[in-house]
Design a binder for this molecule. Structure first.
Ligand code: ADP
Length: 902
């Protein structure tokens, strides 16, 4: 009924449109007829057709058929439009030709019309179809023709015209259909019809009216009051106002109102009526039609209510509800959505592109999705948004196409922020991956000890599958003698306590007992209530066994360690000392287990940092530990020197398992070394002052010896002069001894010079200093180009001078001395060689000759002090070099010394 009334309404509208069109067309027809009539009147005085060139051209210009004929079929003239329209050859006038373009069904009718026209001599109007050449369609035309008479009233010819009325025909047909449909629709809609005669206030109506008012037929009294008595009191005023306006102001009467049926039911009616007025404009009657619109009203109400509900839901929804236009413009968004994207006001986002709110990497997928929705698909998409402030959230959107009132399809989407859910899911996935990949058994149970989850590790450790254990009591894996542990564990969990590394025994499915370490934590729900426990059980059977083995080997080790005279200790791989032997406690006075871990309390403050750094470095690198430091000897109340040593012991996997260390007392050794160093220092000091202090009395002896031999030589006898000679020689010898000794002590430890010294220059200087001796014995001294070295010039010159001097001095009496000096680089050292062809040195003296005052010959044979080579050695060693001799007695010697490069 609802639909019926609607389609009746549409048809009403349609037919009004059609009627207007028909009226327009009919007005056009009338206009054309009037024009034809005017022409007819004018034609009364017109010239004959043949003479009327202007008439022809006018006719040819008209967009309709114009023709002239004597009688049926005998055309005299047909205008251009006809030929264009039909496609007939221009000038073709024969009936046979134009009959081909007339619809065969219409030909008899046209013939009949002609008969009538000829017999009556009256004007005719008729309709027929002509085939249009452009599309081959038959089109309706309406033709007129009228007789043209001469002055005597005799018909001379017929003039006709015709124009296309196809549109008109179709419209008329449509109108007829519409009127028919409307009538049917009104009947089908069950409209009540009424007619109110205003003057005598009489209302007449059809049967449907009774039904609509819920009254038995015949129960109206026929007055307007009776008619409106059933109207709902709340609507009476509106009905009357509508009536008054219709009558007084001639407004269309259309009122929707309620009636109350006798059984109390309320129905909605809609009445439209038209006021019929007399010629003076007075209202005579009202014709009305009433429809029962209860169902539509109920539906509208439902729609309105549901719209309100919908709006309320949308506005209070915690999810984002939005409408997005096909071009991506955000049309609407509810408050929750605005909050999600960080918009304070509608204007921030509404009317703008939605893409800026979407994370860049999701914009393409969002566009594809959006376009699909706007093409009519429904769908689901997950994407990230960045909102207005770059706050990234993960969204899940369900979208459907929605046709807007303007006919365009937009996306309606309900979008949920699933960031947290996704994070939880990820965390849960990660957690379950961890749980599943764990070697340990990870099990959860409720507060009654019933297993609620059982991972793969638990399957391996206990041999029961998850299917076997979930729902079972955890006591299944507890051996009978340990069953009392479980209530204790559960009690602790209920108190919210954690059980850490509880070592116990459990039973596998195959009955074997395994050592396990349990860590059990209470599990809480979101409110914080304890609802169960998660338990990690580690199978420590193997490590227990290994531990036992280790304990046994350690026991053996300790027996050994206790027997050792040194302090012995062991440390964890991380450097923490876990054992000292008894000697440590004896030495330090510490008590086992009480602050014995650190060396600090007994270590010398000056050695503390160095000792600690060295030990840490070893722990880090795994290099053996070696360090000297002092410990406080509480028995002697003094610091004692110790050598700390430690070596890492590695396991099968190559990793350090333990450090074994010792402290060895090196105090005695250190003391001796110290004494030696001090003695050397004293000796040097003595040699220095002695050589200095000896020079003074020596000079006195020499001067007075000289005076004595010069002034009193003539008074002394031969023997006295001989003695004086001995005195002089002794003094001279003593002088050179003192001089050499002084030179020796002057070679003190010095920083190597920054600049290098050219050895060639020092070589030249040595040769020049020795030139007298060289010349005297006819020696030849040659040298290769020598390098520059980091040795002070005087030291290098002295080295060359002493070695070349010796090479000349210890010459073979049978041959002239030849000396050659070279300097080559070898393994990071400059290696200098001074080679001679002298007497050579017996192998057993090769080392001795470098000692202080060491000589192989006495002063009679070869003069000397035995200090020269000692000075050479002292110089070379000061520069971190070495000196030695290679020789073959009787063949010559080669003295070699090295100086580090750089
Ligand atoms: P001095 O030459 O004053 O005796 P040196 O310390 O220079 O003292 O030398 C120590 C000893 O080494 C010499 O006494 C000599 O016996 C031996 N000696 C040194 N140089 C040579 C050499 N080129 N050939 C043989 N013997 C040498």
């Amino acid at each position: 009924m609802q639909e019926g009334s609607q389609s009746a309404g549409t048809q009403e509208h349609e037919s009004a449109g059609l009627r207007q069109r028909v009226e327009e067309l009919e007005a056009e027809v009338a206009r054309l007829q009037r024009a034809a009539a005017r022409r007819r009147n004018a034609g009364d005085s017109a010239e004959p057709l043949e003479a009327s060139g202007s008439w022809r051209s006018l006719a040819n210009a008209l967009p309709q058929f114009v023709w002239a004929a004597q009688s049926f079929g005998e055309a005299q003239f047909i205008n251009d439009f006809w030929y264009e329209y039909t496609g007939l050859p221009r000038g073709e006038l024969s009936p046979a030709s134009w009959l081909t373009v007339l619809h065969p069904e219409d030909v008899p009718h046209i013939a009949e019309m002609w008969q009538r026209a000829l017999s009556s001599g009256s004007e005719q109007t008729f309709e027929y179809r002509v085939k249009r050449v452009s599309d081959g369609m038959w089109r309706w035309h309406r033709g007129f023709h009228r007789p043209e008479r001469d002055g005597s009233g005799k018909i001379v010819r017929w003039i006709g015209n015709a124009f296309e009325i196809d549109d008109l025909k179709l419209t008329q047909q449509a109108l007829r259909d519409t009127e028919e449909r409307r009538r049917l629709a009104i009947e089908a809609s069950g409209a009540g019809l009424w007619d109110w005669e205003i003057a005598n206030n009489l209302v007449s109506w059809n049967e449907r009216i009774y039904e609509m008012h819920g009254l038995p037929p015949g129960s109206f009294d026929g007055t307007l009051e009776g008619f409106t008595s059933t109207v709902h009191p709340g609507d009476v005023e509106r009905v009357n106002l509508g009536l008054r306006k219709a009558l007084e102001q001639d407004e269309p009467y259309r009122v929707e109102f309620r009636v109350i049926w006798p059984d109390g039911a309320v129905r909605w009616l809609s009445t439209s009526a038209r006021v019929v007025r007399d010629e003076s404009g007075g209202a005579v009657r009202m014709l009305g039609a009433t429809l029962d619109i209860t169902e539509r009203k109920v539906a509208e109400d439902a729609v309105r209510r549901s719209e309100e509900r919908f709006r309320a839901i949308v506005n209070t929804s915690p999810e984002c509800v939005k409408l997005v236009a096909a071009d991506g413009t955000l049309l609407q968004m509810n408050p929750a959505g605005l909050e999600m994207v960080g918009a304070k006001l509608d204007e921030d986002v509404i009317g703008k592109s939605i893409y800026s709110l979407i994370a860049p990497e999701f914009r393409d997928s969002f566009r594809a999705f959006h376009e699909a929705v706007c093409r009519g698909e429904r769908g689901f998409l997950e994407f990230d948004i960045v909102g207005m402030h770059g706050r990234r959230r993960h969204m899940e959107s369900h979208a459907a196409p929605l046709r807007n009132p303007d006919g365009k399809v937009v996306q309606l989407a309900i979008t949920r922020d699933v960031t947290q859910r996704r994070e939880r899911e990820r965390a849960a996935l990660l957690l379950s991956a961890i749980v599943d990949s764990s070697d340990d058994a990870i099990v959860s149970k409720d507060l009654n000890g019933i297993v609620t989850s059982w991972n793969q590790g638990a399957e391996r450790v206990f041999g029961y599958t998850a299917a076997e254990m979930v729902g079972q009591s955890i006591t299944v894996v507890i051996p009978a003698e340990r069953l009392s542990e479980e209530p204790e564990i559960l009690a602790r969990l209920r108190r919210g306590e954690r059980v850490d590394h509880f070592e116990t025994v459990r039973r596998r499915k195959d009955g074997t007992l395994i050592d396990v370490s349990l860590t059990i934590s209470p599990m809480r729900d979101q409110q914080g209530n304890i609802i169960g426990a998660s338990k990690i059980a580690r199978d420590i059977t193997e490590s227990k066994r290994a531990e036992a083995a280790l304990l046994a080997s350690e026991a053996r080790f300790r027996q050994l360690a206790e027997a050792m005279p040194q302090m012995v200790w062991t440390a964890h791989p991380d450097g923490e000392v876990d054992y000292y032997n008894e000697r440590w406690y004896q030495f330090t006075g510490f008590r086992r287990g009480q602050g014995d871990r650190s060396w600090q309390p007994v270590q010398h403050p000056d050695d503390l940092k160095r000792g600690e750094d060295t030990w840490r470095a070893s722990v880090r690198t795994g290099e053996p530990y070696l360090s000297e430091f002092r410990f406080w000897d509480g028995r002697e109340n003094r610091w004692r020197w110790f050598m700390g040593r430690a070596l890492p012991v590695r396991g099968e996997d190559g990793r350090i398992a333990k450090w074994f260390g010792t402290f060895t007392d090196i105090d005695e050794q250190k003391r001796v070394e110290d004494e030696l160093r001090r003695a050397n220092q004293d000796l040097e000091q003595f040699a220095y002052s002695a050589s200095h202090d000896l020079q003074e009395p020596l000079r006195t002896i020499k001067i007075y010896g000289e005076l004595l031999s010069r002034r009193y030589a003539h008074r002394l006898d031969g023997e006295a002069l001989e003695f004086l000679g001995y005195l002089k020689n002794g003094a001279t010898r003593m002088e050179s001894l003192v001089r050499d000794l002084l030179a020796y002590t002057r070679v003190v430890q010095l920083e190597p010079p920054k600049e290098s010294t050219d050895a060639n220059e020092m070589m030249a200087q040595a040769i020049s200093d020795l030139s007298g001796a060289i010349r005297e014995c006819g020696a030849t001294v040659t040298f290769d180009p020598l390098p520059a070295v980091r040795v002070r010039g005087p030291h290098l010159a002295q080295l060359f001078q002493n070695l070349i001097g010796n090479a000349i001095k210890y010459r073979d009496p049978g041959r002239a001395p030849r000396v050659h000096v070279s300097g080559d680089r070898k393994n990071g050292d400059w290696v200098f060689s001074v080679r001679d062809n002298g007497i050579g040195i017996e192998p057993e003296y090769k080392e001795q000759i470098f000692g202080l005052f060491k000589r192989l010959h006495n002063g009679d044979e070869y003069s000397g002090t035995g200090i020269g080579l000692a000075i050479c050695q002292r110089i070379v060693e000061r520069y971190q070099g070495r000196i030695w001799v290679e020789s073959e007695p009787g063949q010559g010697s080669e003295f070699v010394f090295t100086i580090p490069v750089g």
